[in-house]
Ligand binder design. Structure first.
Ligand code: G3P
Length: 214
């Protein structure tokens, strides 16, 4: 399973990259807006920090505009993946961009049939938002399982990118369900390392070692 960081915060990305365990980055307009900086400037920073797929979302409402923006993004760096919304216009843009060899991450996926449409449009990644599905009282993880089954059945190459991850159990369940990628808020990535028995065990090892050396 690949780990992407779901952030445009340069400090978080530097720390994540230093771990050696981060394979890529996803952003969205909310994440970009939080930086308070011009989008293209932020993208230029990110590509220097993380060597892997970097999703950058289009802002146009029509397919023509999304294709134009997508081409601009793709021209900035070979690692850029264009993020397009799961709308009729977004999927038209997905088909056009993927037809030209540009990778597309289709975002805002909340149902397995939407994911089926995205795969048919040639998406490289589909982003089901599991936390937001849970938020409305449904089962986000079932969405991942359903998409995995459909893609396997028809041998679609579109990769499942579990998004809107809120806690380590989402990561565990996404991995069990066969998601190819999990995009994690930095805090969740840090939480993955933690286990109280690791902390207690290490403290005891060190204490025993120091006591024996006296
Ligand atoms: O990549 C999509 C993700 O950032 C959405 O997460 O927590 O805003 O639902 P959240």
């Amino acid at each position: 399973m690949k780990f992407f960081l779901d952030t445009a915060d340069v400090q978080e990305l530097r720390l994540g990259a230093a771990s050696g365990l981060i394979d890529g980055v996803t952003t969205n307009p909310s994440i970009m807006a939080k930086t308070g900086r011009p989008l293209k400037e932020v993208v230029q920073d990110i590509v220097k920090i993380v060597n892997g797929p970097i999703s950058v979302e289009t802002l146009s409402e029509d397919a023509e505009g999304m294709v134009r923006e997508g081409k601009e993004y793709a021209a900035m760096h070979p690692n850029i993946v264009v993020k397009a919304p799961l709308t009729p216009e977004g999927l038209k843009a997905t088909k056009a961009l993927s037809g030209e060899g540009i990778k597309v991450n289709v975002t805002l996926c909340f149902s397995a049939v939407q994911a089926l449409l995205a795969a048919k449009a040639g998406a490289t990644y589909i982003s089901p938002f599991i936390g937001r599905v849970d938020d409305v009282g449904l089962d986000g993880m079932q969405l991942i399982r359903d998409i995995a089954q459909i893609y396997k059945q028809y041998d679609f190459k579109t990769q499942i990118l579990a998004a809107s991850i809120r806690h380590p159990v989402h990561v565990l369940q996404s991995a069990l369900a066969g998601a190819h990628v999990g995009t994690l808020p930095f805090k969740v990535f840090q939480q993955l390392y933690s286990h109280p028995l690791t902390t207690i065990g290490l403290e005891k090892f060190m204490a025993d070692w120091k006591a024996a050396k006296k």
